[in-house]
Design a protein around this ligand. Structure first.
Ligand SMILES: Nc1ncnc2c1ncn2[C@@H]1O[C@H](COP(=O)(O)OP(=O)(O)OP(=O)(O)O)[C@@H](O)[C@H]1O
Length: 363
């Protein structure tokens, strides 16, 4: 999609906030849910703020359905209140002095509806979201889940062309979160415009999003479907997010020399030069004696530095060349006497190593 495509959203944004710079380009098609993931301080909220007109662009432009909302080049700028954008903030930001009905009526009113019409639209949204009986309540009398639903109703009641959700579920307890997440999924499926969802939670991104965009240090480091990103993470952060080991190295035929000087035998691949190698923690075998080396198998010594109980497995943190996360069964932990400080051998079949080129430069 190009910047002038009439459908959907297209953004090229350069934003300065103190010493921090966001420089990101992204697009989203109508009906598409794009999850924006990234570590703390990577610029996710800044990006949403720029789209909503709350944070000024130093460069680039924002085009929604063919309408330029912001263009740093020629100074065009649509005020936040006049943007067809619905925003759900992490802390909801409901107006404390207004009833639930009037909170939701606020959006259609700002967009030019009369007070009566706006209240009718609000009542309709509250009905749709199963909140009708809360209409007269003040926000301080709502549970977290209810406040989240009201915030979503308020965003949708303005009939936005773009929906921005900034960590919409992060303030909820685990149980409520699952319920609200399932509901949110249904509402997002009905929403016809593009939606950007900022989240820290990879599971939330997998459940709710069609596509992931990963920001690190103000730059987009990876985009793709959840499956693409999970299979071939582009950075350490993404690898940790999806629970994979990721190594950087240099490919030369069937050997990849890793940055720490160790080497992996890998399957046939087309890559030359700098590559990434991904390895599932469940694909590594742990033994207490040195296994037979073979051309199809990589073996190396390592020391257990940590053990974490997952639901049905134990994740081992291992220091070695290279270091690794390895998943084993609780029975294996007992049988092999695994504990912090224990020296073991790791082995991984060449076919379990996924080799691919870098999509962004190092450093
Ligand atoms: N008002 C501000 N003035 C100066 N710097 C700011 C301001 N707001 C944010 N920043 C800086 O901009 C950078 C990006 O912040 P931003 O809130 O966009 O990140 P984020 O990815 O949303 O983080 P988090 O996941 O912690 O919410 C940070 O380094 C932050 O310190």
């Amino acid at each position: 999609m190009t910047a002038d495509d009439p459908a959907g959203l297209s953004v090229e944004a350069e934003v300065h906030r103190g010493a921090f710079t966001l420089r990101a380009a992204l697009a989203a098609t109508p009906g598409e849910v794009v999850a924006v993931l990234g570590p703390n301080g990577s610029g996710k909220s800044t990006l949403l703020g720029a789209l909503a007109g709350l944070v000024p662009l130093a460069g680039g432009r924002v085009v929604l359905e063919g309408v330029v909302l912001d263009d740093a080049g020629d100074g065009r700028f649509v005020e936040p209140a006049h943007r067809p954008v619905g925003f759900v903030f992490q802390d909801y930001r409901l107006f404390p002095h207004l009833s639930v009905l009037d909170n939701v009526a606020f959006s259609p009113q700002v967009r030019g509806r009369s007070r009566r019409e706006a209240r009718a639209v609000a009542a309709d949204w509250l009905e749709r979201l199963g909140l009708a009986e809360l209409s007269r309540r003040r926000p301080d009398r709502l549970s977290g889940g209810q406040a989240q639903r009201v915030a979503l109703a308020r965003a949708l009641a303005g009939d936005p062309s773009l929906l921005l959700l900034d960590e919409p579920l992060s303030a909820l307890d685990a149980r409520t979160r699952l319920d609200v997440q399932a509901e949110l999924r249904r509402h997002l499926a009905d929403f016809t415009g593009p939606c950007l969802l900022v989240t820290h939670d990879p599971l939330e991104a997998l459940v709710l999003a069609d596509r992931l965009v990963v920001l690190e240090d103000g730059r987009v480091v990876q985009e793709g479907t959840p499956a693409e990103v999970a299979r071939r993470p582009a950075t350490e952060y993404v690898a940790r997010l999806v629970g994979l080991n990721l190594y950087t190295g240099t490919a030369d035929g069937p050997t990849v020399t890793l940055d720490d000087g160790s080497a992996f035998v890998v399957p046939d691949h087309e890559e030359h030069g700098e590559v990434l190698v991904a390895l599932r923690p469940s694909a590594v075998t742990v033994s207490t004696t040195a296994p037979q080396a073979s051309s199809a198998r990589n073996t190396w010594p390592a020391t257990v530095t940590g053990l974490t109980l997952l639901t049905d497995r134990v994740r081992l943190d291992l220091d070695g060349r290279p270091p690794a996360l390895v998943d084993v069964t609780p029975a294996a932990v007992a049988e092999l006497g695994l504990d912090a400080g224990r020296e073991v051998w790791l082995s991984a079949k060449a076919v379990d190593l996924e080799v691919y080129g870098r999509t962004h430069p190092r450093g």
